[in-house]
Design a protein around this ligand. Structure first.
Ligand code: TRP
Length: 339
């Protein structure tokens, strides 16, 4: 039996942090073992909001692939490619845009939220930004997958993808599946200050960060604010550190931490030192792989080039079928070529 197919992408807007890792990337790394996976760098999508700084986006493209492969994506198991090199996505997006009602796009909660957040810093009253989910629908549907592993914030976009698939199938005949979201099962990792981990909040730990860079960040984290002195008992549920211990500290050590914190025998500084050790254990193999890859930068481009070829092969097939359904085939032209 053919394994089910999976498609997902990330925008190259900066280095990956632990929030990305535990939110989406662990999921991808697991899925590549069982599914036929297509993972891509969404450089066109990055331009929808960063259109004024295209050179920055270009720089983040190989960095993102480095982060992925260092973290455990294996180009022998999955297809890793670059969106802008598969021009078929853009043509399918054009076709979808003919029948996608503006109301669907304007009502999209993710659209409203992101636009609101960036208001003031960027003018996002653009065709491209409003059309973000139409391009995303095309990224996905062109590979006709069953599943799309994304974070919670992407669910409205995925709903629109299914609506576009349904509308296409209704207007022109069946072609597209209605892919479902595959959410990550691991617990979410908040930022160092307890808010959502984000580059713009300055509360992130990056996958490529050295222990020297991480140490001051961890040492200044807020713990249970009701625990003023070491002799006061603490509550791990009210501490910014504990979600990290939950994800990266071994169970036995974590039990010791919980006991030591609630019985006031372990101080917060020691708990932070234990977290730093866990972070070091977690980051070391990732950074080791990164160093090897960085020593041969061509490798990243070879991975992308091979992935592009495999992705294009599939995209071309779907696009030909979609063009056929829309009566965009002109065999007469092929016959009269050269006459
Ligand atoms: N919108 C996604 C994000 O910001 C990135 C993305 C673009 C994507 N196209 C996609 C994700 C297709 C999944 C499938 O994270």
């Amino acid at each position: 039996m053919q394994p089910q197919r999976i498609v997902s992408g990330m925008r190259p807007t900066g280095p990956l942090h632990l929030g990305h890792y535990f939110g989406v990337l662990v999921n991808w790394i697991q899925l590549q073992k069982e599914y036929e996976c297509f993972f891509f760098v969404a450089d066109w999508h990055a331009l929808t909001s960063e259109y004024a700084a295209p050179a920055r986006i270009r720089g983040f493209v190989p960095e993102l692939v480095l982060d992925w492969v260092a973290a455990g994506l294996d180009p022998a198991k999955c297809t890793i490619f670059l969106q802008s090199q598969i021009k078929e996505h853009a043509e399918l997006q054009l076709l979808f845009s003919m029948f996608t009602p503006l109301g669907w796009l304007e009502r999209n909660p993710t659209y409203k939220e992101v636009k609101g957040e960036l208001e003031g810093s960027k003018d996002l009253s653009t065709h491209g930004f409003l059309g973000y989910p139409v391009l995303m629908a095309s990224d996905i549907l062109i590979y006709r997958p069953q599943l799309v592993p994304v974070g919670q914030d992407q669910l409205p976009h995925l709903e629109l993808t299914r609506e576009i698939a349904r509308r296409f199938n209704f207007l022109y005949g069946p072609l597209f599946p209605e892919p479902q979201a595959k959410l990550t099962e691991t617990q979410k990792l908040p930022g160092l200050d307890g808010r959502k981990m984000s580059k713009s909040y300055g509360n992130a730990v990056y996958l490529s960060e050295s222990l020297e860079q991480v140490t001051p960040k961890v040492m200044s984290m807020l713990t249970d604010t009701n625990r003023m002195r070491k002799k006061d008992p603490g509550n791990p549920d009210h501490c910014n550190l504990f979600p990290y211990h939950l994800l990266i500290t071994e169970e036995q050590e974590r039990a010791e931490i919980t006991a030591g914190c609630t019985q006031s025998s372990l101080g917060c500084v020691d708990c932070k030192k234990m977290l730093l050790q866990s972070l070091e254990r977690f980051l070391a193999p990732i950074q080791e792989r990164r160093k090897k890859l960085e020593a041969r930068p061509d490798q990243i481009w070879e991975i992308l080039s091979a992935g592009n070829r495999r992705a294009r092969e599939q995209a071309v097939k779907t696009l030909a079928l979609a063009r056929g359904k829309l009566n965009l085939e002109y065999p007469e032209l092929a016959r009269s070529r050269g006459k």
